[in-house]
Design a protein around this ligand. Structure first.
Ligand SMILES: [Zn+2]
Length: 283
């Protein structure tokens, strides 16, 4: 098997400062879990290159391997069975949330769509999927509803679409995999219509279950989960780009995931300082 190509991440994606300390108890060699020295955001200090996520480290392969590994090593199997039950229940709640987040019409983008779509009937679905195998499965499903699927890293795939194109974007179990979450959220911001929303679900590093399960917490996946957001760090990242942040499951203490809605404000005021910042760097 070919060796995984990887690179170090130079700065924290939340506060954009360099300097981080290894969190030894969660690190699984050669993938260092680090905490930003400035803001405390936890992330993988070294990440696989995008090319390897297409085939070698494709999600569907990693998922099967991780499942087998957990079966062998999990000392807290009963806790884990409970987790699985909650995950199944969570899927029903999830479907209801998607139906609410997505309007009856318009255009919806699903980043990391996998081999199918979770977008309910009504709007035109578009997808981006980095796994070659899954994108092939998804393509005819999206095309049958008038949409399209791009097999690419999300950061470049999203540039295939015009500005202010989408009514909503679904990032479900995607942002924890993305080595450049700031870049994708900036690009998504420009492609959302004013008032458009992102429905985002990602493991919550501050979930009660992480404290119970420790390094066996289901949010840890090496090397495919590269960001470990908390409500605070995700809010800071989103607001620094211009989004309004709404935490949707703050009452569910034992949820492993963070579910939030990011809204592009209807007024375009936030775009003025962004535009001038770009102009300054261009000079
Ligand atoms: Zn930071």
């Amino acid at each position: 098997m070919s060796e995984t190509r990887s690179h170090e991440r130079p700065t924290c994606e939340v506060c954009q400062k360099s300097g981080a300390t290894t969190v030894a108890k969660y690190t699984r060699s050669p993938w260092p879990v680090v905490a930003c020295n400035t803001c405390g955001f936890v992330y993988l200090g070294r990440v696989p290159d995008y090319e390897d996520l297409s085939v070698n480290l494709a999600w569907e392969k990693q998922h099967a391997e991780e499942k087998a590994r957990r079966k062998k090593t999990n000392k807290l199997a009963r806790f884990d069975a409970l987790t699985r039950f909650r995950l199944k229940f969570g899927k029903v709640v999830d479907r209801v949330r998607h139906a609410r987040a997505v309007g009856a019409g318009g255009r919806v983008l699903e980043i990391g769509c996998g081999g199918a779509t979770r977008i309910p009937e009504g709007p035109t679905p578009y997808g981006i999927e980095i796994s070659e195998g899954l994108s092939k499965k998804a393509r005819p499903i999206f095309e049958a509803r008038g949409g399209a699927v791009h097999h690419e890293p999300a950061t470049t795939g999203i540039e295939k679409f015009p500005e202010s194109f989408f009514d909503s974007i679904i990032m479900r179990s995607y942002l924890e995999h993305e080595a450049q979450p700031r870049l994708i959220l900036e690009r998504a911001f420009r492609r959302l219509k004013p008032g458009g929303t992102i429905l985002l679900r990602s493991p919550n590093y501050n979930s009660a279950n992480r404290f119970i399960m420790g390094s066996e917490w289901c949010g840890f996946r090496f090397p495919d989960h590269v960001n470990y957001f908390t409500p605070r760090s995700l809010k800071a990242l989103a607001q620094s780009i211009g989004y309004e942040f709404r935490w949707m499951n703050r009452m569910s203490l034992f949820d492993d995931n963070l579910i939030v809605e990011l809204r592009k404000p209807k007024q375009r005021a936030v775009e003025a300082p962004l535009a001038s910042a770009y102009a300054e760097t261009a000079v």
